[in-house]
Design a protein around this ligand. Structure first.
Ligand code: ACO
Length: 334
């Protein structure tokens, strides 16, 4: 059976920078640069400007990924778009991206809704579609606009300081003869914890989907049990990393680079330390991106390439944890 390889990577962050000092200056938020820096490792993040949508970010990241792969949009035959912040309830963002990048080429477009694990879930699916020969070149994009759903008052400060807007994209296709490419994936979910990190409104589960009353109560903002999410994230990311290594018959000592989801620098330090992966074999971007959810891992790939930390055939471990709860890992040869 043929193997799958990542052929190109792209990213895009909006221009508007919001530093911790900018958040500190928001009186109602009652936060500080020191708290954010110490508890999360975040120094700054980007927010979309007025009218800039997730699709806008995705278009830029996708164009770069396609170009970086040495391809043109005509070479892409399927889109997978991971996001927890779609532009609209429906249709999915994949359709908007199809229109913007591919016009009359009516290629399939699938939205994936597994939050911070969305990129790895998408990669796993794309890997199967390439291996089985259903498609030749798949564009995977993770893109988020968090800034329009953050509560800039005291009630929302635990969540608000964590998130940034951004997009990351990759193109995958058949690996060259003899290249092992993507080796294995492990995907998990545990819906009993869905309400520990979620956004309750607007929702089709409620009639009406949203009301003045719930808006006044701030129930349209994300709610998070931070400590619980933190503990589960560390445990599950370590566990699923061991699982994917075992599936591929590899040892953790063989891993050249760990590209973890970016939710909190302390989570990643603990994951790396529990796995026994040295700090200089981990790429983090959270200090300047914040948590961009489905976009974090392709952004980390981009940064690893920029830092020349990622070389042909390196063994790369990806792992993520987020709302759902969902968690996942992939192991691949670059
Ligand atoms: N600024 C200042 N103080 C704050 C802030 C803030 N922004 N937020 C909370 N605090 C206060 C709390 O009120 C609390 O005060 P108290 O001691 O007087 O009660 C104190 O800081 C400590 O709060 P904790 O919640 O215990 O702080 P913790 O060290 O756990 O850090 C954090 C909080 C950063 C949210 C952490 O729990 C975390 O990162 N959790 C995981 C987040 C995550 O991984 N999310 C998943 C991905 S997102 C997705 O899937 C959508």
């Amino acid at each position: 059976m043929r193997r799958t390889k990542i052929l190109g990577v792209g990213m895009y962050l909006p221009e508007r920078e919001i530093t911790n000092q900018d958040l500190e200056a928001m009186e109602e938020l009652q936060t500080s640069d020191e708290w954010i820096r110490q508890r999360t490792g975040i120094l700054t993040r980007r927010f979309a400007s007025e009218g800039q949508s997730g699709t806008d970010l995705a278009v830029e990241a996708s164009k770069e990924a396609i170009e970086n792969a040495g391809l043109s949009p005509d070479d892409i035959d399927f889109i997978i778009y991971a996001t927890l912040s779609p532009d609209y309830f429906f249709p999915g963002n994949g359709c908007f991206l199809q229109d913007r990048l591919f016009g009359d080429r009516t290629i399939g477009a699938l939205d994936v809704r597994t939050q911070c694990s969305g990129f790895i879930y998408s990669l796993s699916l794309a890997d199967s579609l390439i291996k089985t020969g259903q498609y030749e070149r798949i564009l995977i994009v993770g893109a988020e606009i968090h800034s329009t759903a953050l509560d800039f008052t005291f009630a929302g400060r635990d969540v608000t300081v964590l998130f940034g807007d951004g997009a990351g994209a990759v193109v995958v296709g058949p690996a060259p003869e003899g290249h092992s490419g993507i080796l294995a994936h492990a995907l998990h979910s545990e819906g009993k914890y869905a309400k520990e990190l979620w956004t309750e409104y607007p929702a089709s589960a409620h009639n009406p989907r949203v009301s003045h009353e719930v808006l006044d109560q701030g129930r349209h903002y994300p709610q998070m049990n931070g400590r619980m999410v933190f503990k589960h994230a560390v445990t599950r990311m370590v566990e699923v990393s061991h699982e994917v290594l075992a599936k591929a018959g590899k040892r953790v000592e063989e891993v050249d680079l760990l590209l973890p989801h970016q939710a909190n620098i302390r989570i990643n330090q603990m994951v790396a330390s529990h796995l026994g992966i040295p700090e200089d074999s981990v790429v983090n971007t959270i200090s300047w991106t914040g948590n961009t959810t489905a976009a974090t891992i392709p952004i980390c790939m981009y940064e690893a390439l920029r830092q020349k930390k990622l070389k042909e055939n390196d063994l790369v471990l990806l792992t993520a944890f987020g709302a759902g709860f969902t968690w996942a890992a992939s192991l691949l040869h670059w």
